[in-house]
Write a protein of this length. Sequence first.
Length: 1245
Amino acid sequence: MSDAPTARDGYAAYYTEKLWRLVPEVYRNADTTGAFRALIALIGEDAADVRRSIDRLWEDQHIETCDDWAVPYIGDLVGTRLVSVQDRRARRVDVGNTVRFRRRRGTPDLLDTLARALSGWDVVLEEGFRQLARARHRLDGPPTKTGAFTGTMTGGTADLRRPVGATIHEGPFGEFFHTLDTRRLRGRTGRFGVRKLNFHLFPIRAFEMTGVDPVPLTDPNGVGFLRTYTLDPSGRAIPLYLSGEGDGEDDDKAPLTREAPVSVDPREWRITQPMRCRLLGHARYVIEASDILALEDLPNPPLPTDATALALARGLTFASESAMRRRLVDLGAAIADPPPDWYGELVARALESDTGKAQLYPRSVEIAAGGADVPRVRVSAANLADPRCHPTPAGGLAEVIVYPERGLFASVPHDDPADFDPLVSRYYYGFSAEVGAGPYPRPAPETPPARTASAGTVPDGGVLQGDGLLIADNRTYDLTLSAAQPLDIGAVLAAGPQRRPFVRLSGDGGPADPTILPTATDMVLTIDGGWYAAQDPGGLPPGAPVDLTLEDVPGATPETFDYDRVEIRFATLDPGGPRADGTDIPPLRLRVRARVRTLVIRNAITGPILVEPGTPGDPSVVDEIIVCRSIVDAGRTADRLAIANPFGRVTLEEATVFGHVRAMRLAASDSIVDGVVQVTDTQAGCFRFSATRDHPDRRLPPRFRDYVGPIPPAFFQSRVFGDLLYARLAGPAEALRTGAETGSEMGVFSHLLTPIRLDSVRAKVDEFGPVGQLAQYLFADHPLVSRLFEPDAVSLEPPVVTPPAPPQPGPLIPEPPPPPPPPLPTRCEDDPPIDDPDDDPDDDPDDDPDDDPDDDDDDDNGDDDGPTPVIVGAVDLSLLNVDLDGAPAFWAGVDWRPDDAAGAPGSAPVRPGIPFDRVDTLIDYDARRGSRPEDQGWTPTGPAQSRFRLEGGALDLDAPTNANPAFFSAGAPLEGGAPEQVHAYALVAPGGSEGPGEGRTPEFFEVRVAVTDPQRGGPGLRAGWRERRGRLAFHYIGEDGAPRIRPTTEAPAGTQRWAWTAVSLQADIPADRALMSVAGVVDHSPLSRFGRGRPVDGPPRLTAAFGLFNRRLGGRASLRNLVVSSPGRFIRARLRGVAPSKEPVLRLVFLADTPARDARAHFVVRYGDDPATPVGSPPPRVVEGGVSAPRDGAAAVLDLPLSGIAAGRALVMVVERPAAHPEDDLRGTLRLVSASLLPSGGPSP
């Protein structure tokens, strides 16, 4: 069935007929063959396309109906700052409500509404100051507001006598109050502060099930289970979910116009989340006059004494039904056990609507018994976790006990009535997306089968035959798949619209032999919807599956296909798991013993898929298995073989596979294989944006931006089918959460765009949020342990595993990642300093100007008078905010791949570590060394000697208007000829580092990089600032001196001109590409656009210059350093840490971008512990060492002892890979992924 939309507007027929009538009749009569009419029909179809295009142009004028391409244009009209192009829904919502958002910006209601509208999730905004405990003062009003469950006053002390308060105090609906916590969000800490906004996100969706057959628990060990049922039709214990609806609110309103009560007065039942047992049992009763009058109309009204008691209790509020009963009895009412009819009616009427029980039953869960729904008054919530002992509610009203946290219910008493025949009228379960069987809309089959099953009954004796079967409801069915009943071509086994029946399969030989047999070759079989499981045959060993077999056509030749296409969509083949009673559900394996052209698994959840090898003359083969947006789970089988297709292709697209994959060829994209991949043909196919386990036996096709490494259980929040977080990535899966091609997570839920949606919410909260507030985001599935939403990232040393071997490097310059949106502050201005071991102020003496002047520390050996600090174990050195000595920040973490420069911005993969390239030629100047450029090998012009002055670690230029050019130049010969790449970066304050002053002259400052060529002039890059009409402008300048390219940013301008600004210039000469950046904003251009310099005699040279090059213009600027290198990037990485012991060992861990053998790289580390060393100056001590290139992508470790260092001293270490070192013969790049200081007692392995 084609998924392409078909227009049913009748335009084609209309214009065909209209054109045909315009044709003269003589030609119409002469068209006896119909060829002319067919030509007119083709023209009519084109006219229909034109008409549809015109209609779309009218629709494109409105944001609600326009196409996606028109959204940015409409956004320009209102000045919308667009979010990611991948998040199309958020873009449309943002543009359509920009003006509305601006009018309400900064208010809590807007932030809550905005987050829900952009993400599509339920959101609870918790203002941190409202959860603080504090003393009351006279300006406070009376503390009337109390918690609904605990009765805690606003800002008051927690009432620990009620356990419900302790179960919800960590979530957004907690009723306890907390002391001020100024720390950043990390686990349980950092949530409650004056300026903190906590956004609790609920991404799990709720799906409604109606008319489901419950499953009674068995007693496998004979321990005496009481009569208990699961609401889940497979017998699993799953938590019930809230529908997210409630009385008193208009649920039909659009998300942006709906009232947002969660930001002011949260109501737990309004949020889609797991249902708590105490919430279902939450009740409050008030006897009103109308309730008393209604009781008088009953067939058995209250007695006079009862009426008197009711009149005396009118208007009173009771926290429970038992409290109301006791009070009425005290007032003289006669309420026996079981109670009279009028009392049951009173309980039903007196229940307050603003309580959990009134909101949840029957809206979110409802049980029927004896053909009628059990009323709310007859239902109670209780803990049924122990099936051997059930609580008995007092009062004699309850007939059914529901335990929502495990999806169980039981009758009261447990053995009465004996013929208790329940049916689950309604319940909700939670899952991440519309994957597998479920009650959600899906495309209808083109030809629905003629046979229909309903009310738990299957026609034709329960045997699947003919053109298939349509199951019309959500009941449980027993279906026999018999080899004696072949199916017709085009057979369909389907569930009804928005239905999820549970079907137990069996075969001729019993429960273990369900078999599908076609009547003829080239059969098309479709399984559309429905949950299919094996009838437990009993006696199966642990891990043994039950096979659903696709057999071949008897007598068919090997040249034909038995099945042209087998498609399983929006269905579930149960992968097995535990029942609530402790027994196991065997996995259902799809076994193919036929020749199949295409097997498609789409939006489905299946067990293992096995193509069983046949005989040499009659092989079983699937030409191609396509798994799209699906889960294949072999975790419950003994061999964990998920997909086996030894003679065919396997295609994985947005799939999650729990188990091994074996195939002839594999093409995987945005997928996760939690197992070993073994491919026979490693030259074909691809493994792109995907992840798999590393193993000595793995064989992968050509790889591209993938992850090959450990996939521990902690990478997934659950691997158990039936859990609401099944197959969902967890916080530790850093490499997988944004590894898909779109920037979303890998695996089956890649299409949900979870990280992209979160980025959209972050960007808009930054834009419309109140000034000075710190926004913090917590997933409600794991609000206390998820690291995805911590504003403080943690640098962890990666495990020593074999990393992926990337493709061979090319000569092109890598594409930098897109700049992230401006984040909210990670701490408040008036917050105390954060005690962070990775960012301790005492670690950097330069950052601590308030050191005690009496603390004289002149002993270079570190023998202080005070006690020596004790540090246990290694000290990790954070690489997140390492000082790159002025190099562009985007150099760290950008892959060096051939396709990087050709893609759009942001297409380059982000890989961990700081790159250290091979550098053959280096030209640099650093003013912080305390010497002028002449002393560092630079040649000045005459005016430069007087116009440049060295002050405070900066080289300042001050040249008046109409002065002579004043600049410095330097050069180095290129021994191997013109290089493939040239890289340069400089740190400049274009207005001078002293700040604005009186009588400023026009400003012009320029940086040049060029390669000389004796024949036709060499390529070059120039960049600089010029002030025109009082406005400072930055340009990328051609070799002829004319401004050629304006950058995409206006910065630095205004007062920013006196701030240090990073400028980088990179040239890829063979590819004719240039990559430039200023203040972190990247631009691209053909290198030829800059022109070429004049021919220069002599061999090729790399040249660089900086200063004032124009005679008529004045200049004022400051330069800190300038570095020019080729063919690789030159980086000095400045690390800081505390020595864990005397003479510690610096351990550096590197990964190689490309595999290399028998090659070494040389590194120099300058280090020191003198707090008087100026910032930026090289430390005095030097240690060197070499490291061999990692083999097969493994990690390389370099240990360097730091002699002369005392324990507890703050260290500064500068790591560099020197240029043209004789012992450095590695042409590739090594990435520094981990740095740590180890005790001198011996580095850990």
